[in-house]
Design a binder for this molecule. Structure first.
Ligand SMILES: [Fe+2]
Length: 192
């Protein structure tokens, strides 16, 4: 289902369709990272204007496309200055994420121990990602935070998930790498 029409949207969908046929999840993530980097750098795709408008009290999630044939979904995220996520997982789904505009700080975590709803998550690396760069998460390596570190600029990223992510786990720090898990329903913001 094409939720939005915008210049280059067919090219975007065709490129993703080709990449998700690449094989197993590692091959798909590799292909999608390359595809996303190329699409961002080519600038043939013009994302809808609303995608560049931040929302005051949270980072915005706007669904651009869901594939009936392949099941994946494409979500544009808009990060106002300082906006970000708590530590979260991706409900067991692979995800490929590319920076469209601005800079994002991505911190990766690894699960080292679990006691029922308590998780020990260790930070294993942080990176600054700029336009035209892409990364991926493949379960069980699916824990991270994303944040726009800028004081005055908006950042935009494009996320391709294996399926529609309607909820995920978020993790609240309780000290010494330990976190408590909560379930969060994922909301979508209005598109234009
Ligand atoms: Fe994420």
């Amino acid at each position: 289902m094409l939720n939005l029409e915008f210049p280059g949207c067919r090219k975007l969908v065709q490129a993703i369709d080709t990449a998700v046929a690449a094989g197993d999840e590692h091959a798909i993530a590799d292909a999608l990272r390359g595809t996303l980097c190329r699409l961002i750098r080519d600038r043939d795709v013009e994302l809808p204007a609303c995608v560049f408008e931040p929302v005051g009290d949270h980072y915005a999630r706007r669904e651009l496309y869901t594939s009936e044939q392949h099941g994946y979904s494409v979500v544009a995220m808009t990060w106002g200055p300082g906006q970000g996520t708590p530590v979260h997982d991706h409900s067991g789904m692979w995800c490929v994420e590319g920076v469209w505009q601005g800079q994002l700080e991505v911190c990766q975590f690894e699960l080292v121990e679990q006691q029922e709803q308590r998780f020990r998550l260790r930070p294993v690396g942080a990176m600054q990602a700029g336009p035209g760069s892409a990364g991926s998460l493949i379960p069980p390596h699916e824990y991270h935070t994303i944040r726009n570190p800028s004081d005055d600029s908006t950042a935009v990223s494009l996320h391709i998930y294996k399926g529609r992510m309607t909820c995920c786990s978020v993790f609240r720090a309780t000290g010494q790498d330990w976190f408590e898990r909560d379930t969060r329903q994922m909301c979508l913001d209005e598109t234009c």
